[in-house]
Design a protein around this ligand. Sequence first.
Ligand code: MF3
Ligand code: CO
Ligand code: CO
Length: 302
Amino acid sequence: MKLGRNDPCWCGSGKKLKRCHGSAPQTMMPRPPRNLQIMHGADLVKMRAACRLAANILDEVCERVTPGTNTETINQWVHDLTLAAGAYPSPLNYPKGETDPRAPKITPGGFPKSVCTSINDVVCHGIPKATDVLKDGDIVNIDVTVTLDGFYGDTSRTVYVGTPSADAKQVVETARECLDLGIKAVRPHGRLIEIGEAIFNYATKRGLGVVRDYTGHGIGRIFHAEPQVCHYPNKDSDCDLIPGMTFTIEPMINLGSWRTQLDHSDQWTVYTQDRKISAQFEHTILVTDQGSEILTLADRSA
Ligand code: MF3
Ligand code: CO
Ligand code: CO
């Protein structure tokens, strides 16, 4: 598919190719991402604000976690901090649409809480519960997404509860390094697949499993847009990296096998198939002319 200079740009802006991404290489293979999120000008200002808010909330709640904290308490912290900032906690009722956050009526199938809390062998999408009390030696991923002024910011971190085991340290530190390596692989007019290659090679060398069933994603005015950001090399979701693109990188790294299993009773919680522990870190990234910028940095860490 070769576009003419007067054809509508593939990025969905509605502008002519020559007025938009005319100078970018046209190798978005096998086809350009649907709903590609490209942020400039006023949109980028709002996107930055949403991402900064998500990061600030994540920072704040991670600091409060101690042995004895239950995950419903984490949910209440995230919910309250999000509403206080004039934003919506994006997981609540996802993907069924926003609900009244002060008296949420959850549509069947919608995510029932305002944050995901994934303990030990839970890979992602854990549902907060008052009965899930964190104990010394646990690890927990807290995944915060907010919608502010029409834009999404998405970031997560795995924290140690009390003193970590050697296994926990290995999986958590490798997951953290995998996110860093994935971010470093982002370069303007580079390829998306380089992110997956960097992450997969590093984790695999350490004998750890890289989850394939869940991926990063384009994000902006939409929570989950294309491209799919695979954390292993996948030619089918590869595309060019264009300055202005916004997406998440969120590697899930397992102590054992990469395979996952969905909890059949709640249809949300994702476990490792072998029930060994899993860790994850996530940032929302902007492709820049120089490389990349992490949008989900908290004010304190910026
Ligand atoms: N924040 C998750 C992500 O990184 C998505 C959570 S959707 C939910 O993409 F419904 F499970 F909350
Ligand atoms: Co995400
Ligand atoms: Co997330």
